[in-house]
Write a protein that binds this ligand. Structure first.
Ligand code: FAS
Ligand code: PHB
Length: 393
């Protein structure tokens, strides 16, 4: 078994791991990133599309803001479609000037990967059997297998940035962790197509057939979602069937503008709300989807991962620069406070806009009243807006 030594061993080369790795590198703190798959596999996963200001600013601080600022689309608001009406949520006015940036997670990840490769920092892709060890002690290490050779990475800290199905959270003994979960009775069927978006801003649609979302990646590439059955399969949906159902769920006046094209990606994502507490286990921290999951309705998943990274990097920088552990001791509490706000917001937006098959007539009336209040009350919209653009770190 070969042995390496680093200060922080990061498990996962998604946005969490890459962003943390870049911030640490820029601060002169050594980190090794391990991922069980390869770079292209990670880039092929189509995920988030909307960045909060805080996330965009943190990416700029990490040194990957140039293409994001050039190609990202600043959005001052979005629309909610209900019946044949469109209602604009004016984020900029409601939040005193704050906006969001439409720039796909794939591009964020690509920018971070390119930056890391240029920095010469170590990333091990296609690392098998990655496993954290002795993180409850003072000498943690991580083992993995690459090309049939076993390796060990000795480190001061382990950052579990390995997503919902990763190994870090599952390595924590049951006695040391609490979980909270809600699984939604539907999924999102998403399509990516190289056609101009239907509108200049995102459209969230509530319809008797189910929720729909019209998003985008650029002025020539669109991303659409429709709520689907939790057991549905991509094979059940031809492109034409998808476009026909999406059109049905949109107001006529915009549905006729829908520019359809061949799907270049089509996938179904299950929806759940999930939180694991705490987010620190001795010398191992969980970050991003490794610790929490939100339904994508509120565009919070990637953005909560970014605020986790912000808090953890703050703590690690303080530990190495001032030998103070105050920041890493506060990490879990600080991160979870913001995570639970994101969990609540994503749940509330999902509850308001989707069809819940088991809702009784009372539930349906409450949901209609909730949406009606949102569309008629500037105060309610202000609360939605401050959560959507991102609560302060
Ligand atoms: P990630 O899951 O992105 O990255 C984890 C990395 O760890 C992966 O590269 C994986 O290969 C690696 N890994 C896992 N297990 C490992 C092991 N044992 N050893 C080594 N490496 C391991 N968010 C939104 O805001 N909007 C959306 O529309 C949206 N859509 C989504 C659709 C899907 C299908 C999914 C799963 C998530 C979606 N999300 C969305 C949320 C998503 O964007 C996450 O919040 C974001 O990817 C979080 O980034 P990471 O924490 O880095 O986790
Ligand atoms: C996306 O573009 O993928 C996207 C945008 C906003 C959301 C969810 C997904 O709320």
């Amino acid at each position: 078994m070969t042995r390496h030594r680093t200060q922080v061993c990061i498990i996962g080369s998604g946005p969490s791991g890459l962003l943390l790795g870049q911030l640490l590198h820029n601060a002169g703190i050594d980190a090794v990133i391990l991922d069980r798959v390869g770079r292209e596999y990670i880039l092929a996963r189509i995920r988030a599309g909307v960045l909060e200001t805080g996330t965009a600013d943190l990416l700029e601080t990490a040194g990957v803001g140039e293409r994001m600022r050039r190609e990202g689309l600043v959005h001052d608001g979005f629309e909610i479609a209900h019946g044949d009406a469109l209602h604009r949520i004016d984020l900029k006015t409601l939040t005193g000037g704050r906006t969001v940036l439409v720039y796909g997670q794939t591009e964020v990840t690509r920018d971070l990967m390119d930056k890391r490769a240029a920095s010469g920092a170590t990333t091990i892709y296609d690392a098998g059997d990655v496993e954290p060890h002795d993180f409850e002690g003072s000498s943690p290490f991580v083992t993995y297998v690459k090309d049939g050779v076993s390796h060990r990475v000795d480190c001061d800290f382990i950052a579990g940035c390995d997503g919902f199905h990763g190994v870090s959270r599952s390595s924590v003994p049951d006695r040391a962790i609490s979980t909270f979960e809600k699984v939604y009775p539907f999924g999102w069927l998403g399509v990516l197509t190289d056609r101009p978006p239907i509108r200049d801003e995102l459209v969230y649609a509530s319809h008797p057939h189910g929720f729909a979302l019209c998003s985008m990646r650029s002025a020539t590439r669109s991303r659409y979602y429709i709520q689907c059955d939790v057991n549905d399969r991509v094979e059940n949906w031809s492109d034409d069937q998808f476009w026909a159902e999406l059109r049905q769920r949109l107001p006529v006046k915009i549905a006729e503008n829908l520019k359809t094209g061949p799907s270049i990606e089509k996938s179904i994502a299950p929806l759940r709300s999930f939180v694991s507490e705490p987010m620190r286990f001795g010398r191992m921290f969980t970050v991003g989807d490794a610790a929490h999951i939100v339904p994508p309705t509120g565009a919070k998943g990637l953005n909560l991962a970014a605020s986790d990274v912000h808090y953890l990097f703050d703590g690690l920088r303080e530990y190495y620069a001032e030998t103070s552990s105050a920041g890493i001791d506060a990490y879990s509490g600080r991160a979870l406070a913001r995570v639970w706000n994101g969990i609540r917001f994503s749940w509330s937006m999902t509850r308001m806009l989707h069809r819940f098959p088991d809702d009784d007539p009372f539930d349906q009336r409450i949901q209609a009243t909730e949406l009606g209040h949102m569309l008629s009350s500037k105060n309610a919209q202000a609360s939605l807006a401050e959560n959507y653009v991102g609560l302060p770190y």
